[in-house]
Design a protein around this ligand. Structure first.
Ligand code: CTP
Length: 406
């Protein structure tokens, strides 16, 4: 894949060198474009050596008038020749300029002339990241369909601790490659995918609730993968702190009851339903209006079961493909098979949630897919975005074998 790597001016610019190398290792032809500020942090020579190509550093850069003229239209040819624009680190200033169409240098003019997929990997001070102006610019850019690779949490060069650290170069490179592959294949065109994600919260009083450790990352990765592959995606999301993926319709809910209502409202249109939400199994039927006081020495709660949304959908699903999740700490395959049968699913994605580094709250997962054809497919440990892609590959195969069996 031919891509442009735009490098913004931030401390993380040095990591862009590692990214250029990682992209090269994954078979990408990388054209680096640096902003003036980026050149204060790292020299073009580093990138030229890593990519074996001239690095673009300004809009008008020729020695002779002819060369200057050629460089003046170069942003258009670079935009036309490349399949993807990746910007890392995307500084607060670059995000603002992209969001508002300011085009005062090579990278920002090239951005306006570019029509392919755009991947932005922001890095900045935590307060700048949290500032309403940056949030608003990110919202505009996400709505425009750009892919935002969230910065990580941790100690920053400026001394603060929090979100703002550029995502790891290998993570950005893997994401870029999988986006490139997906952009080339739109095999979910015409499908409407309904995904549920995250935990539910069941109120105990106006301020307290029962919930679980689901982060919603797996469901959001599935929604994003489906949208990239051409599907219309409706994401019914419990309370999570994730940004809505580009091009996905998000319905926010809190409780199992609200999730059920949202699912049934959109069920008719759906051709594929993926229930990755970790729905709370019990709730308090009559939630008191007042906050409970610490008066009793012991407290017991009487809870009633929440509606089993997956089982209910299973009873009325018709031709739709229905995928359930089984979060287990014991016999994974037996439980996944049991859930597939009792809830009438076409596939159950089983994952262990008591292992370090995978499952709840993790970036990675390792799952086993139990299919209604009797097959079991083990997907080795990988990032949730990658697992999401493989789940859709298997689903499309499954649909073909179900049709053939009819
Ligand atoms: N699920 C649901 N509604 C519920 C509970 C679960 O739709 N009230 C769905 C989940 O979204 C998931 C699947 O059912 O796709 C399995 O969830 P899990 O909690 O693992 O299974 P349970 O049916 O609750 O079984 P158990 O708690 O006995 O393991």
């Amino acid at each position: 894949m031919k891509l442009v790597l735009g490098v913004g001016g931030g401390i993380a610019a040095y990591k862009a060198a590692e990214l250029a190398r990682a992209l090269g290792e994954r078979g990408c032809a990388v054209q680096v474009v640096m902003t003036d500020a980026a050149q204060q942090f790292i020299t073009p020579l580093t990138f030229a050596a890593l990519t074996q190509r001239k690095v673009i550093t300004s809009l008008f850069s020729g020695q002779t008038s002819e060369e200057t003229l050629a460089s003046a239209v170069e942003h258009i040819s670079v935009a036309q020749e490349n399949e993807m624009l990746v910007v890392a680190p995307a500084t607060a200033d670059l995000l603002a300029r992209f969001a508002h169409g300011l085009a005062g240098d090579f990278l920002t003019t090239m951005y306006l002339a570019f029509t392919g997929p755009v991947v932005l990997a922001p890095a900045m001070n935590t307060n700048m990241w949290n500032h309403p102006a940056t949030r608003e610019n990110l919202r505009i850019l996400a709505e425009r369909g750009h892919h935002i690779i969230e910065p990580g949490d941790g100690p920053l060069a400026c001394g603060t601790v929090g979100p703002g650290r550029l995502a790891e170069p290998a993570v950005i490179a893997d994401r870029v490659v999988s986006l490139g592959v997906a952009a080339a294949s739109r095999d979910l065109d015409g499908e409407t995918v309904l995904v549920t994600a995250g935990p539910t919260q069941e109120l105990l009083d106006p301020v307290r609730y029962i919930s679980n450790r689901s982060s919603g990352k797996m469901g959001y990765a599935l929604a994003e993968a489906a949208a990239r592959r051409g599907a219309r995606v409706i994401l019914v999301s419990g309370p999570v702190s994730l940004q809505a993926p580009a091009g996905v319709e998000v319905v926010r809910v809190r409780s199992a009851k609200e999730m059920r209502a949202a699912v049934f409202e959109h069920l008719e249109q759906a051709t594929i339903i993926i229930k990755s939400a970790a729905v709370a199994d019990y709730h308090l039927e009559n939630v008191p209006k007042q906050k409970g006081k610490k008066t009793a020495a012991r407290l017991s709660l009487e809870l009633s079961p929440t509606p089993d949304i997956l089982a209910e959908v299973g009873r009325v699903k018709g031709d739709r493909l229905l995928i359930g999740f089984a979060a287990e700490t014991g016999d994974l395959l037996a439980e996944a098979r049991r859930k597939m049968q009792t809830k009438n699913c076409d596939m159950v994605v089983g994952n262990l949630v008591n292992q370090e580094g995978i499952g709840f709250e993790s970036e990675e997962n390792e799952v086993s897919l139990v299919l209604s054809t009797g097959e079991t497919v083990k997907l080795p440990r990988a990032r949730k975005t990658e697992i999401a892609g493989k789940i859709f590959d298997q689903l499309l195969k499954l649909r073909l074998s179900l049709h053939a069996a009819r």
